[in-house]
Design a protein around this ligand. Sequence first.
Ligand SMILES: [Zn+2]
Length: 421
Amino acid sequence: MMNRRTILVGGCAAVAAATVLGSALSRDRIPEVELVEAVQAAMPGRVEVRTLSFGETFGQILEDAGLGTAERLSVLEAFRAEAEPRRLRTNAEVRIHWVDERFHGIAVALDRDRTVRVDCRAGGCSASTVTLTTTVDTVYAAGVIETSLWSAVTGLPELASASVGDRRNFVLSLDKVFQWQIDFSRQILAGDTYRFVFEREKRPDGSMRAGHLLSAEIVNQGKAYHAIWFDPNGDGEGTWYDMDGQSVRRAFLMKPIELSRISSRFGMRHHPILKTWRNHNGVDYAAARGTPVQSTGAGVVVRRNRSDTYGNVIDVRHPNGFLTRYAHLNGFARGIAVGSRVSQGEVIGYVGMTGMSTGYHLHYEMHASGRAVDPLAIEFPPEDPVPADDRARWELESAARLALLFSLPGPEELRSVRADQ
Ligand SMILES: [Zn+2]
């Protein structure tokens, strides 16, 4: 019989709260107070910490710990009410608890959020799953870019208390949100400014479980770009819009490789192999061998083969008469064939130097109605704006999110502080 209950425990810090979902299996029901103690308080006795190695079973760990057959079966039976022992992850932490050299219980981490505890006393074992509750906080930051967005955000003194992983997440989120409008690897200039409001869900140990930008601004070469989070369906699958409610998303990504460098642009150039002047029909991105190449737009693969000039090459046909080409690939992504449907940002191949190529790079072409065009010179229209039905809620929510953003120092203020230094 399952006996589920929820207990909220107040701890010393505001975040130290744990939700206990317990199921008592033994006839002796564990008093609530004791169950709470088992989660929060230091346990008396000795705790042996082990990790499940590859191929090792939960039963083997119990046997190695010196438990007898009856005791092992009792632990396993109680454990099975909460989780499947064979599904435990390699490297799962297992804490074995001894009091006066007698086996007292075991705690097994299922993942970063959940732990199964098995308590064994006279009368049998009982198990419960302890789920750590998360708290939500908001991170605010504003600064001037000197060399790159990366160093500007990760080096900001105000963010010193955030973990390296969290700061990395902030930069990647900004890159993700503005990727359709700004190429951070080539467009960012010293003196550009940023500010953002980030909503973060944290575990009790302070690590981030999830999060997204609520609102953000990048002023790039004097032009301000805004992104405001809005969830039209209220299902958590929201996206970002600009101040007019237009989507920040475009039909094509600005670049087929993340964090790459353009090594040759579209137009006339002296060909390094042919030693003649000819038109360069695409844009080259220098990148290490094996770097993932993503389709810049959703479409259908119409070519996947090898040619003397292009080497391994993929063509993707998109709606509205557009086609993109990815050449000199080292190899194709698994499952990519002629006829495959690919989504925007999907990895389709890997950087190589097959065909007529002097070094590892991606040759990227875009064709509009059969003619090669410069992908860097085209401004693509935005995807669907905020739906008309959601306009009223959008006005309210976006105003609140922008107010948070505009409470931070803006470009003039940031640059004047910079000039004083
Ligand atoms: Zn090229």
